[in-house]
Design a protein around this ligand. Structure first.
Ligand code: PEP
Ligand code: MN
Length: 345
């Protein structure tokens, strides 16, 4: 961290800043800029959390220069991580696909969806039993009944189950049924929830917050890892921007950024990322081309009857077409040396 002083900061202001840094056991180094003095902080910058440095007289701003997350960083762990969910490897040789309805609506709907998902070649069945809806009047999910149907669908198809947990009280229950827990965009900075899923022993799919920076997202992963769970997979699902044509703005550059900054696998959700089923195919292909380790896509046996997110849900036919393309694209990229994205490959 460096602390940039105002142009009119006095010698006393600088001495006060240095004293504050030294008082928490860190070292301070003053550098002369062209017009301003800069105080560098050396040591664990976490200790600076208790120093309200930006409120001190003569300080213009403080700027973090080393990363606040460690366990999630590639600096800390240069080799890309593979997260194993049973016999499925996320971050390994083949892209992993998690597909299924937005919400578990009924036993019949889920079974039909699960058969379609399995047929198309995905490894995971997704489906929300606890739905974090914007309106309290919208369908909220079947809760434990929904979890039971998901577990039954796993027995039926052999697919792994990923489903969202929205509150700490439900973690134990969701863990009884699911192979992987999903933390949704709205809960990405629910630090109490992150700490608890870090202790539950199941792999976690961490979606990017609606308005989260990449740094905040990786810090959220750090919370889970710091609680003892190294099995975190990141999921880019679009962020809020001024654009209204799409539901969110799918930040494809986040895939390349995560690959550089972190060793964790990253997948992309083009369904929530665009809000439009027509855009799912091009964005799914773009995700694989950008180096994503997999995809999450919403598929419904009859999107026009879906209780949530029908407009972005794929029909069985569209889903199968996309799966075929993804398989071909991924193997072509692997077979063609000029298309390899990462030096370590
Ligand atoms: C979901 O995947 O079911 C979901 C609610 O997505 P997000 O948290 O990304 O909005
Ligand atoms: Mn949805």
């Amino acid at each position: 961290m460096v602390i940039i002083m105002n142009t009119d900061a006095t010698e006393q202001n600088i001495r006060d800043v240095i004293d504050a840094i030294v008082s928490v056991g860190l070292e301070a180094k003053v550098m002369e800029g062209a017009h301003q003095k800069i105080v560098g902080v050396i040591g664990d910058k976490g200790r600076m959390a208790s120093v309200p440095v930006e409120a001190m007289e003569g300080v213009e701003k403080s700027v973090a220069i080393s990363k606040s997350y460690k366990l999630a960083s590639r600096e800390f762990h240069p080799q890309s991580s593979i997260v194993r969910v049973g016999d499925v490897e996320i971050g390994g040789e083949v892209p992993v696909v998690m597909a299924g309805p937005c919400a578990v609506e009924s036993r019949e709907q889920l079974f039909e969806a699960a058969d379609i998902v399995k047929d198309g070649g995905a490894q995971f069945l997704r489906g929300g039993a606890y739905k974090p809806r914007t309106s309290p009047y919208s369908f909220q999910g079947l809760e434990e009944k929904g979890l039971e149907y998901l577990a039954e669908a796993r027995e039926r198809t052999g697919l792994k189950v990923v489903t969202e947990v929205t509150v700490v009280e439900a973690i134990e229950r969701v863990c009884q049924y699911a192979d992987m827990l999903q933390i949704g965009a709205r809960n990405m900075q629910n630090f109490g929830l992150l700490k608890e899923v870090g202790k539950c022993g199941k792999p976690v799919l961490l979606k990017r917050g609606l308005a989260a920076t990449i740094d905040e997202w990786l810090n959220a992963a750090e919370y889970i890892m710091h609680s003892g769970n190294p099995n975190v997979v990141l999921c880019e699902r679009g962020i809020r921007t001024y654009e209204t044509y799409t539901r969110n703005t799918l930040d494809m550059s986040a895939v390349a950024a995560i690959k550089h900054l972190s060793h964790l696998p990253v997948i992309v959700d083009p369904s929530h990322g665009t809000g439009k089923w027509r855009m799912v195919k091009p964005m799914a292909f773009a995700s694989i081309a950008a180096g994503a380790d997999g995809l999450m896509m919403e598929v419904h046996p009859n999107p026009s009857k879906a209780l949530s997110d029908g407009p972005q849900s794929l029909t069985p036919e569209h889903y199968k077409g996309i799966m075929e393309g993804i398989g071909k694209l991924a193997s072509f990229m692997k077979s063609e040396p000029s298309l390899r994205l990462f030096d370590e490959e």
